[in-house]
Design a protein around this ligand. Structure first.
Ligand code: COA
Length: 332
């Protein structure tokens, strides 16, 4: 059956919290300034989720918009995958909470943990179910509430991240030129120490000591992650294009993970793409982890940036270490 069925994005949606935290706001809390943050990262402000909400609440909002955009009822979903590293609880999965609240009663549901590559890992996984004919309709969400795990007194990390959620509806379509053309996923666990959250799991459960030592906060070796990102973003993009028999000139839009404008610029340079072929929004939202790619996709789509038949290249990197790329022909 594979070959005759493709996974096609038929709807997108996103949710951004209302509360805006500017660089100047952060400069009142830690020893930083707007100029440093802007020149090193491209970020001007980020969103922070209200205290009484959690990741699944953002997922629901993004999902409802994506379902409406696709004209699909939640009851028709066969599968829900959430890419996240900040699930509401360690278990059950956030996807199960979303499945219940959407009343998507026949959908299987699970989370994918692949750091900031979580949405792409989820998208590729869902596509396999559709391409084999096992399922017809899937909802893939990328959502993270990193504000809950950031050390707000650490200037080297607290300025980088923000909260948000993005979602897509994927449908299996036969004999079409549109949809996902190819993908590539990479992982290298030897870099696990470069970006992680040590506390709260089975190796280091929550104790008074673990809290006092700050082990429940995100830790990152920024310089090393930067080098890894610059290398893998370009590599992932070229790998996918080669797999699809395409070249850089065929790319109409690059939708990269939005962690740092300098990393995006390096990917553009490696791909020899002009800056009008990339969509970025990190100046408004910072690095939203799994949500970055689907939020950018949704925003660009709603702004009318894409034409039917455009070749889109989605690329990301993140904790794990992980990285990946997806090439797709826009169908809307
Ligand atoms: N404000 C002001 N100064 C800061 C600062 C801040 N928010 N954060 C760090 N600094 C200081 C450092 O302490 C250092 O000072 P020193 O030279 O006196 O030691 C100086 O700025 C330079 O720091 P450095 O780490 O060399 O900056 P950088 O150019 O490497 O940029 C990052 C730092 C984090 C922006 C960059 O490394 C990066 O983007 N890394 C990738 C992060 C990423 O993508 N993570 C997500 C993965 S999904």
């Amino acid at each position: 059956m594979k070959g005759s069925l493709k996974a096609v994005i038929t709807g997108t949606g996103s949710y951004l919290p209302d509360q805006i935290v500017t660089n100047d706001d952060l400069a009142k809390q830690v020893d930083t300034n707007d100029e440093w943050i802007r020149t090193r990262t491209g970020i001007r402000e980020r969103r922070v989720l209200a205290e009484d909400l959690a990741t699944s609440d953002m997922c629901i909002e993004a999902a409802r918009k994506a379902l409406e955009d696709a004209g699909i009822a939640a009851a028709d979903l066969d599968l829900i995958i959430v890419g996240t590293v900040t699930s509401d609880m360690l278990f059950p999965s956030t996807a199960c909470l979303v499945q219940h609240r959407l009343e998507a009663l026949k959908a299987a549901a699970f989370d994918v943990s692949a750091g900031c590559t979580g949405f792409l890992y989820g998208l590729v996984t869902a596509a396999q179910f559709l391409e084999t004919g096992m399922y017809r309709t899937a909802l893939v969400i990328g959502a993270d509430t990193l504000s809950r795990v950031i050390d707000w007194s650490d200037r080297s990390t607290c300025v980088l991240f923000g909260d948000g959620a993005g979602a897509v509806v994927l449908e299996a379509v036969s004999n079409t030129d549109y949809g996902i053309l190819g993908s590539y996923l990479g992982a290298d666990g030897s870099g696990a120490h470069l970006l992680n959250l040590p506390g709260g799991g089975s190796r280091c459960p929550a104790t008074r000591d673990s809290v006092e030592k700050g082990l429940h906060h995100l830790r990152m070796e920024g310089k090393e992650v930067f080098k890894f990102a610059v290398k893998t973003m370009g590599e992932a993009a070229l790998h996918v294009l080669k797999e699809c028999g395409l070249s850089q000139e065929d790319v109409d839009f690059l939708i990269p993970h939005q962690a740092n404008l300098r990393i995006v610029d390096a990917a553009l340079k490696r791909l020899e793409l002009p800056s009008d072929r990339v969509y970025t929004n990190l100046e408004k939202y910072g690095n939203m982890s799994s949500a970055s790619v689907p939020v950018a996709l949704d925003e660009a789509a709603r702004l009318g940036k894409f034409q039917k038949g455009n070749l889109l290249l989605l690329i990301a990197f993140g904790a794990g270490l992980t990285w990946g790329g997806v090439a797709l022909r826009w169908a809307k």
